[in-house]
Write a protein of this length. Sequence first.
Length: 138
Amino acid sequence: MKSYHKELWFEIPSRRGFVNITPEVEAALAESGIQEGLLLCNAMHITASVFINDDEAGLHHDYEVWLEKLAPHAPTSRYRHNGYEDNADAHLKRQVMGREVVVAVTNGKLHFGTWEQIFYGEFDGRRRKRVLVKIIGD
């Protein structure tokens, strides 16, 4: 069995954003040479997320609205975590959207369902953060 890893780096200029990282993950899979196995993709920061869903602008807008209703950014004084930073809402949003995804690798390709894509979700941007891609298999 082989193992491969790669780190992807992102710096979202705004507080929040969603980026389709499927092409970067597919490139890492191609670099690995692995044909059959599993791919783990996870955010390496506690205010960012990796998730799978449809790449559709309306859905991304709906996520933004829904997450802001669940954990509004302001007023920041509502959160005990805020003090040094004002990102308590980002921690909560990450918890809802998840830390990682695992995708089967079949015949050297990501084995997705219809419309599935991998996304990086940023909830406290304006600084560099990384995503780990770890692939195991043959």
